[in-house]
Write a protein that binds this ligand. Structure first.
Ligand code: ATP
Length: 318
């Protein structure tokens, strides 16, 4: 029995080859990780490594070819109201207004609520994302940023225990993105739901996450490291870059994406045992490298909280 809120063990995804003779494609294999309750985890990796596949499996919309996946010790075997998903492309019902879109989710979640209760609750979340004035508009009458805010309001309003965000801000301009990131932080700080989010934006991940999972390039991708973001909360977009740890973390992440995500891909691992991502604290790592020789680390084979937060010394920083 796992103490983690979400536990994925030895997950693999394989697709048959394009022709009869072709080898099957192993997108990723032997992926294991845990999410703690209330944690905000981002996952970063190059296109095609399998991030959306992992997210869709957690949402119950897809299945791993191998491996297990449990939330609060119950197997995830299909979609459920305890898990909410926000995709990049909004996925709102076009014939309903913003308010009706949120009401739709809230009504499904709390079937015994009166109309008044459903509306009041939905309005509260629409107000939180700054859409009080436009709740009667249909999606086609809203900007892309507004539509995405409705999606976020809808997802949070149903208070899922696990919120899955697949590049929710990917299609937005930088300004709108910033505003919605702030709103997301505001709602998350209040409700403390567990969030698992895909992003390609390193700065966004540092702003939002407690930990960042780093995936190696596919095929046969894996989550190599879990980087701890120990910047104090609440975090502000404007001031976070001035924190002395910010660039140490950022450089570490960029170096992974530019160099190590492909270098590590070819690294062989012994056996098929349970292997969690290696916990890393880039700030401690850099400080330790500056003062002493740090011991070589091996990939994690037990839950993260039991491990020293270091990676091999030969890791280079950008
Ligand atoms: N039905 C399928 N048949 C064969 N290969 C597939 C199929 N569906 C997905 N793939 C492959 O699985 C891999 C993982 O796809 P996935 O969308 O999970 O990656 P991703 O990391 O989320 O990428 P991106 O960052 O571009 O969204 C890709 O290489 C993709 O081509």
């Amino acid at each position: 029995m796992s103490h983690a809120f979400v536990e994925v063990q030895k997950a693999a995804k394989r697709f048959p080859g394009a022709s009869k003779e072709a080898e099957p494609l192993t997108v990723f294999e032997n992926i294991s990780f845990q999410l703690k309750k209330g944690e905000f985890v981002c996952i970063i990796g190059h296109s095609g490594c399998g991030k959306s596949t992992i997210m869709n499996a957690l949402a119950g919309l897809d299945q791993f070819s191998e491996g297990s996946m449990v939330m609060e010790n119950k197997e995830i075997s299909g979609p459920g109201l305890e898990r909410g998903v926000v995709f990049q492309n909004y996925s709102l019902l076009p014939w309903l207004t913003a308010l009706e879109n949120v009401r739709f989710g809230v009504r499904a979640r709390w079937k015994g609520w009166s109309d008044r209760e459903v509306t009041d609750h939905s309005m509260k979340y629409l107000e939180m994302v700054g859409l009080k004035e436009v709740v009667d508009r249909k999606p086609s009458q809203l900007s892309g940023g507004m539509r995405q805010r409705v999606s976020i309001a809808r997802a949070f309003a149903t208070k899922p225990k696990l919120l899955l965000l697949d590049e929710p801000f990917g299609a937005l301009d930088a300004l709108t993105r910033g505003v919605i990131q702030d709103e997301l932080i505001k709602i998350w700080s209040k409700d403390q739901q567990t969030v698992f989010m895909i992003t390609h934006d390193v700065d966004e991940a540092i702003l939002l996450a407690d930990r960042i999972f780093l995936m190696t390039n596919g095929p046969q991708a894996r989550i190599a490291e879990a980087v701890e973001i120990d910047l104090p909360r609440p975090r502000q977009r404007a001031s976070i870059v001035k924190h002395p740890h910010f660039y140490k973390i950022r450089n570490y992440l960029v170096d992974f994406l530019v160099n190590r995500s492909s270098e590590l891909r070819t690294q062989e691992f012994d056996g098929q045992g349970l292997r969690y991502p290696t916990p890393v604290n880039p700030v401690q790592l850099e400080d330790a490298e500056a003062t002493t020789d740090s011991p070589p680390a091996s990939p994690a084979t037990e839950p993260q909280e039991n491990l020293v937060k270091f990676t091999p010394k030969e890791v280079r920083h950008g």
